[in-house]
Design a protein around this ligand. Sequence first.
Ligand code: CA
Length: 221
Amino acid sequence: MRLLLVEDDPTLGPKLQTALNKAGYATDLSVDGIDAEAMGDIEPYDLIVLDLGLPGQSGLTILQKWRSRDNATPVIILTARDGWEDKVSGFKAGADDYLAKPFQIEELLVRINAVLRRSAGLKPGELAVEGLSLDEQDQRVRLPSGEKLSLTGTEFKLLRYLMLNPGRLLSKSTLTEHVYQFDSDKDSNVIEVYINRLRQKLGPDLIHTRRGQGYIFGREH
Ligand code: CA
Protein backbone atom coordinates (compact mmCIF):
# COMPACT_ATOMS: atom_id res chain seq x y z
CA MET A 1 0.00 0.00 0.00
CA ARG A 2 1.33 3.37 -1.02
CA LEU A 3 0.52 6.40 1.12
CA LEU A 4 0.92 10.15 0.81
CA LEU A 5 1.50 11.95 4.09
CA VAL A 6 0.94 15.72 3.94
CA GLU A 7 2.32 17.27 7.12
CA ASP A 8 4.40 20.45 7.38
CA ASP A 9 5.43 20.04 11.02
CA PRO A 10 9.20 19.39 10.82
CA THR A 11 9.14 16.98 13.76
CA LEU A 12 5.82 15.19 13.34
CA GLY A 13 6.12 14.71 9.56
CA PRO A 14 9.35 12.67 9.47
CA LYS A 15 8.34 10.84 12.67
CA LEU A 16 5.03 9.72 11.14
CA GLN A 17 6.69 8.85 7.83
CA THR A 18 9.13 6.54 9.65
CA ALA A 19 6.34 4.91 11.66
CA LEU A 20 4.18 4.36 8.55
CA ASN A 21 7.08 2.87 6.60
CA LYS A 22 7.80 0.58 9.51
CA ALA A 23 4.17 -0.52 9.47
CA GLY A 24 4.65 -1.58 5.84
CA TYR A 25 3.17 1.44 4.06
CA ALA A 26 5.44 2.91 1.38
CA THR A 27 4.95 6.55 2.39
CA ASP A 28 5.86 9.76 0.56
CA LEU A 29 6.00 12.95 2.64
CA SER A 30 4.88 16.34 1.35
CA VAL A 31 5.35 19.48 3.47
CA ASP A 32 3.63 21.94 1.14
CA GLY A 33 0.01 22.45 0.04
CA ILE A 34 0.83 23.12 -3.62
CA ASP A 35 3.12 20.10 -4.11
CA ALA A 36 0.73 17.88 -2.16
CA GLU A 37 -2.18 18.73 -4.46
CA ALA A 38 -0.18 17.72 -7.55
CA MET A 39 1.27 14.56 -5.97
CA GLY A 40 -2.18 13.40 -4.89
CA ASP A 41 -3.41 13.71 -8.49
CA ILE A 42 -0.39 12.18 -10.23
CA GLU A 43 0.76 9.28 -8.04
CA PRO A 44 -1.49 6.24 -7.53
CA TYR A 45 -1.83 6.46 -3.74
CA ASP A 46 -3.99 4.00 -1.85
CA LEU A 47 -4.64 6.52 0.92
CA ILE A 48 -3.70 10.09 1.88
CA VAL A 49 -3.13 11.43 5.40
CA LEU A 50 -3.77 15.16 5.16
CA ASP A 51 -2.96 17.91 7.65
CA LEU A 52 -5.27 20.95 7.37
CA GLY A 53 -2.96 23.89 8.18
CA LEU A 54 -0.35 23.91 5.39
CA PRO A 55 1.83 26.46 3.56
CA GLY A 56 0.56 27.29 0.06
CA GLN A 57 -3.07 26.26 0.54
CA SER A 58 -5.09 24.54 3.23
CA GLY A 59 -5.70 20.82 3.35
CA LEU A 60 -9.44 21.48 3.06
CA THR A 61 -8.95 23.37 -0.22
CA ILE A 62 -6.76 20.58 -1.59
CA LEU A 63 -9.35 17.96 -0.66
CA GLN A 64 -12.15 19.96 -2.31
CA LYS A 65 -10.08 20.26 -5.49
CA TRP A 66 -9.26 16.54 -5.57
CA ARG A 67 -12.90 15.58 -5.13
CA SER A 68 -14.06 18.10 -7.76
CA ARG A 69 -11.71 16.34 -10.21
CA ASP A 70 -13.11 12.93 -9.23
CA ASN A 71 -9.94 11.95 -7.37
CA ALA A 72 -11.54 9.48 -4.94
CA THR A 73 -8.39 8.39 -3.07
CA PRO A 74 -9.37 7.78 0.59
CA VAL A 75 -8.32 10.70 2.82
CA ILE A 76 -7.81 10.85 6.58
CA ILE A 77 -7.65 14.41 7.85
CA LEU A 78 -5.18 15.28 10.57
CA THR A 79 -5.48 18.50 12.47
CA ALA A 80 -4.85 20.31 15.69
CA ARG A 81 -8.36 21.69 15.57
CA ASP A 82 -10.97 19.32 16.89
CA GLY A 83 -14.05 21.53 16.89
CA TRP A 84 -17.15 19.92 15.43
CA GLU A 85 -17.35 22.55 12.66
CA ASP A 86 -13.95 21.45 11.32
CA LYS A 87 -15.01 17.83 11.36
CA VAL A 88 -18.23 18.64 9.51
CA SER A 89 -16.45 20.71 6.84
CA GLY A 90 -13.81 17.98 6.48
CA PHE A 91 -16.41 15.28 5.90
CA LYS A 92 -18.41 17.58 3.58
CA ALA A 93 -15.25 18.15 1.53
CA GLY A 94 -14.98 14.37 1.11
CA ALA A 95 -12.79 13.11 3.95
CA ASP A 96 -13.13 9.44 4.91
CA ASP A 97 -11.98 9.85 8.48
CA TYR A 98 -10.70 12.46 10.88
CA LEU A 99 -8.04 12.40 13.60
CA ALA A 100 -7.37 15.27 16.03
CA LYS A 101 -3.86 16.03 17.29
CA PRO A 102 -2.32 15.02 19.53
CA PHE A 103 -2.87 11.32 18.81
CA GLN A 104 -1.07 8.02 19.28
CA ILE A 105 0.46 6.55 16.13
CA GLU A 106 -1.36 3.26 16.94
CA GLU A 107 -4.68 5.06 16.53
CA LEU A 108 -3.67 6.43 13.13
CA LEU A 109 -2.59 2.92 12.08
CA VAL A 110 -5.92 1.30 13.00
CA ARG A 111 -7.82 4.07 11.23
CA ILE A 112 -5.69 3.68 8.08
CA ASN A 113 -6.31 -0.05 8.26
CA ALA A 114 -10.08 0.39 8.58
CA VAL A 115 -10.32 2.93 5.73
CA LEU A 116 -8.22 0.73 3.41
CA ARG A 117 -10.43 -2.29 4.16
CA ARG A 118 -13.56 -0.29 3.50
CA SER A 119 -12.25 1.04 0.19
CA ALA A 120 -11.28 -2.49 -0.85
CA GLY A 121 -14.82 -3.68 0.01
CA LEU A 122 -13.50 -5.99 2.74
CA LYS A 123 -14.65 -6.30 6.31
CA PRO A 124 -12.51 -4.65 8.99
CA GLY A 125 -10.26 -6.62 11.31
CA GLU A 126 -7.91 -9.38 10.33
CA LEU A 127 -7.08 -9.55 6.63
CA ALA A 128 -8.05 -13.09 5.64
CA VAL A 129 -8.35 -14.13 2.00
CA GLU A 130 -8.14 -17.55 0.30
CA GLY A 131 -7.38 -19.34 3.57
CA LEU A 132 -4.43 -17.08 4.33
CA SER A 133 -4.54 -14.63 7.15
CA LEU A 134 -2.15 -11.75 7.49
CA ASP A 135 -0.96 -10.55 10.87
CA GLU A 136 -0.26 -6.93 10.04
CA GLN A 137 1.20 -6.17 13.45
CA ASP A 138 3.88 -8.86 13.34
CA GLN A 139 4.06 -8.90 9.51
CA ARG A 140 3.53 -12.66 9.42
CA VAL A 141 1.17 -14.84 7.41
CA ARG A 142 -0.80 -17.84 8.66
CA LEU A 143 -1.22 -20.65 6.14
CA PRO A 144 -4.39 -22.81 5.90
CA SER A 145 -2.39 -25.50 7.77
CA GLY A 146 -2.08 -23.11 10.73
CA GLU A 147 1.64 -22.65 10.20
CA LYS A 148 2.82 -19.06 10.71
CA LEU A 149 5.59 -17.69 8.50
CA SER A 150 7.64 -14.52 8.81
CA LEU A 151 7.80 -12.17 5.85
CA THR A 152 10.45 -9.67 4.85
CA GLY A 153 9.38 -6.02 4.54
CA THR A 154 8.87 -6.20 0.77
CA GLU A 155 7.20 -9.63 0.87
CA PHE A 156 4.75 -8.26 3.44
CA LYS A 157 3.96 -5.13 1.41
CA LEU A 158 3.46 -7.15 -1.75
CA LEU A 159 1.29 -9.82 -0.11
CA ARG A 160 -0.88 -7.22 1.63
CA TYR A 161 -1.48 -5.47 -1.69
CA LEU A 162 -2.35 -8.79 -3.37
CA MET A 163 -4.69 -9.81 -0.53
CA LEU A 164 -6.47 -6.45 -0.71
CA ASN A 165 -6.99 -6.95 -4.46
CA PRO A 166 -8.01 -10.60 -4.89
CA GLY A 167 -9.06 -11.70 -8.35
CA ARG A 168 -7.74 -8.56 -10.02
CA LEU A 169 -5.16 -8.61 -12.80
CA LEU A 170 -2.22 -6.60 -11.48
CA SER A 171 0.62 -5.60 -13.78
CA LYS A 172 4.21 -5.54 -12.58
CA SER A 173 4.23 -1.76 -12.85
CA THR A 174 1.05 -1.47 -10.77
CA LEU A 175 2.58 -3.68 -8.08
CA THR A 176 5.80 -1.64 -8.18
CA GLU A 177 3.89 1.63 -7.78
CA HIS A 178 1.97 0.36 -4.76
CA VAL A 179 4.84 -1.34 -2.96
CA TYR A 180 7.65 1.19 -3.29
CA GLN A 181 7.74 4.85 -2.36
CA PHE A 182 8.61 7.72 -4.70
CA ASP A 183 12.32 8.03 -4.06
CA SER A 184 13.15 4.32 -4.10
CA ASP A 185 14.76 2.48 -6.97
CA LYS A 186 11.78 1.08 -8.86
CA ASP A 187 12.81 -1.89 -10.95
CA SER A 188 9.68 -3.79 -11.91
CA ASN A 189 11.73 -6.96 -12.60
CA VAL A 190 12.36 -7.20 -8.87
CA ILE A 191 8.62 -7.84 -8.43
CA GLU A 192 9.06 -11.15 -10.24
CA VAL A 193 11.70 -12.18 -7.71
CA TYR A 194 9.40 -11.37 -4.78
CA ILE A 195 6.41 -13.10 -6.41
CA ASN A 196 8.52 -16.23 -6.68
CA ARG A 197 9.58 -15.97 -3.05
CA LEU A 198 5.93 -15.65 -2.01
CA ARG A 199 5.06 -18.70 -4.10
CA GLN A 200 7.76 -20.67 -2.34
CA LYS A 201 6.30 -19.68 1.02
CA LEU A 202 2.58 -19.89 0.24
CA GLY A 203 2.50 -22.68 -2.29
CA PRO A 204 2.30 -22.50 -6.09
CA ASP A 205 -1.50 -22.17 -6.53
CA LEU A 206 -2.27 -18.76 -5.10
CA ILE A 207 -0.53 -16.34 -7.44
CA HIS A 208 -1.16 -16.86 -11.13
CA THR A 209 0.91 -15.43 -13.95
CA ARG A 210 -0.80 -13.92 -16.98
CA ARG A 211 1.97 -13.88 -19.51
CA GLY A 212 2.83 -10.34 -20.63
CA GLN A 213 0.06 -8.89 -18.44
CA GLY A 214 0.81 -9.51 -14.78
CA TYR A 215 -0.46 -11.51 -11.85
CA ILE A 216 -3.76 -12.53 -10.29
CA PHE A 217 -4.03 -13.44 -6.61
CA GLY A 218 -6.50 -16.10 -5.56
CA ARG A 219 -7.52 -19.58 -6.53
CA GLU A 220 -9.14 -19.96 -9.93
CA HIS A 221 -12.82 -20.75 -9.68
CA1 CA B 1 0.25 22.09 9.85
